[in-house]
Design a protein around this ligand. Structure first.
Ligand code: ADP
Length: 425
């Protein structure tokens, strides 16, 4: 029988990792797959599976089709509850895609009621009387009003969602929420009688997440940001007495260790500087030399093959803002970025092919390029190295290895050495 308590469909990759991280930190073993897992996929005994899609801003019809494929994949793995995850700022347009995907999932699952709650109080996203706040500002006063793809100019989520669905949208308001699980369940029954099919949930602090976790763990479909996962996980852990081995436990580390850094943010510059001070093997990728053919990818890979060993190595393009500007002026902004992302992604692939089994990648775009080039199928989420950056156990068709993806500004100065020592404890 399947152990999968919750099967999630996440509308983008970083949202998927954020969600998976919340489940693990609150006691449920979680695996993230890049796209729908193939038939016969082994979920490794995890309790949550998160399918990362990229459907936030694509054509609604295509987004719906991909979400339904994911639903089918999760159902065939025996997932008991389905969780549709979107951004905590409810990123969407009047055309979708939150409404259309919710409608399609409800129809396919034959369920006539669900909830919608992007709140994540720990990250400053709260909902009061249906209005979403980003820290102290209404969503429509926050930077989100200028978002290039999904400008959010209305904070009233009941209205925002109602524009995206023909089904009736209602509200579980805070006067009910603060009374706890029982009151929430009664309010849901009342809303159902009034013909409401999707209820926005007011939520202003972590206690509300817990109350919702208790009230919602039997609901076949939940739609939310990553906050509600905290309440659901805590409720399930308590109810099913899940314990023993920590949810973040990964297989033991093996093989060589390496860092690939394509981030030029302040934090990464400091982290690279710190690594340089350790006297370990390092290689600086110079985009101008690369573009002029003075060095090639083959040279970088050959250097790496000679230097991987007992100690971690670092291959970096990380540079100061001045240097980045010079490179961009010389080669073009888009061109230099692509050249470095491609070079580092191919280098990462070669490292894994040559026995690196503990890999850290610094940089959001750089990580995206590496994940794609490695052809990853899944990542099991392990312990946090620093907030928002967990170790994972990843796999492609050929290899399994430990992988950490760090976006630019995350992590302390000694992040790289801290990460390897954490893994090798
Ligand atoms: P972050 O998470 O810090 O934003 P990203 O990987 O998302 O890091 O973005 C950094 C971008 O800068 C990438 O496109 C990368 O290719 C580019 N880049 C890296 N090194 C250099 C460099 N030396 N000169 C110019 N661009 C660079």
């Amino acid at each position: 029988m399947s152990n999968i308590l919750i099967g999630c469909i996440a509308d983008d990759f970083t949202g998927a990792t954020d969600l998976a991280n919340n489940f693990v930190r609150h006691g449920l073993k979680t695996i993230l797959t890049i796209g729908v897992p193939p038939p016969g996929f082994d979920p490794l005994g995890t309790q949550v599976i998160v399918i990362a899609l990229k459907i936030r801003t694509i054509e609604p019809a295509i987004a719906v089709r991909e979400a339904l494929d994911a639903l089918q994949g999760l159902q065939s793995l025996g997932a008991k509850q389905i969780y549709f995850k979107y951004c905590s700022t409810f990123d969407s347009t009047p055309q979708g895609n939150i409404g259309p995907i919710t409608d399609a999932l409800m129809a396919a699952m034959g369920t006539d009621f669900t909830v919608a709650c992007p709140a994540f109080p720990g990250a400053g996203r709260t909902i009061y009387q249906g209005h979403l706040f980003v820290n102290q500002q209404l969503l429509s006063d926050s930077g989100m009003r200028h978002h290039p793809l999904t400008p959010m100019t209305n904070s009233n989520l009941v209205q925002v969602l109602q524009e995206q669905t023909p089904q009736k949208v209602g509200l579980v308001d805070y006067l009910v929420t603060r009374l706890g699980e029982q009151a929430i369940s009664e309010q849901i029954l009342k809303l159902k009688k009034e013909g409401v099919k999707i209820a926005i949930l007011d939520c202003v602090d972590n206690l509300d997440l817990i109350a919702y976790g208790q009230a919602l763990h039997h609901m076949p479909l939940v739609t939310a940001g990553s906050g509600i996962a905290i309440g659901l996980a805590q409720s399930l852990v308590k109810q099913l007495k899940i314990g023993g081995e920590p949810a973040s436990k990964l297989p033991s580390p093996a093989g060589h260790a390496a860092v690939i850094s394509g981030s030029c943010s302040i934090a990464t510059n400091q982290q690279v500087k710190h690594f340089l001070s350790l006297g370990l093997p390092v290689y600086e990728v110079n985009p101008i030399a690369l573009a002029q053919g003075e060095v090639s990818l083959a040279d970088i890979i050959s250097w790496a093959k000679h230097h991987i060993g007992e100690k971690p190595i670092l291959i970096y393009a990380t540079a100061t803002p001045d240097q980045v500007k010079k490179n961009q002026a010389a080669l073009g902004t888009k061109e230099v970025s692509e050249l470095i992302e491609q070079t580092l992604a191919l280098t990462a692939k070669a490292l894994v092919e040559n026995g690196v089994r503990q890999l850290i990648v610094a940089g959001g775009e750089t990580s995206g390029a590496v994940v794609q080039e490695l052809g990853l199928t899944y990542m099991q989420i392990g312990q946090q190295i620093s907030p928002g950056v967990p170790w994972t156990y990843a796999a492609n068709d050929q290899n399994q290895f430990h992988l950490a993806l760090k976006s630019g500004n995350f992590g302390e100065e000694d992040f790289f050495s801290q990460a390897f020592s954490l893994l090798n404890w």
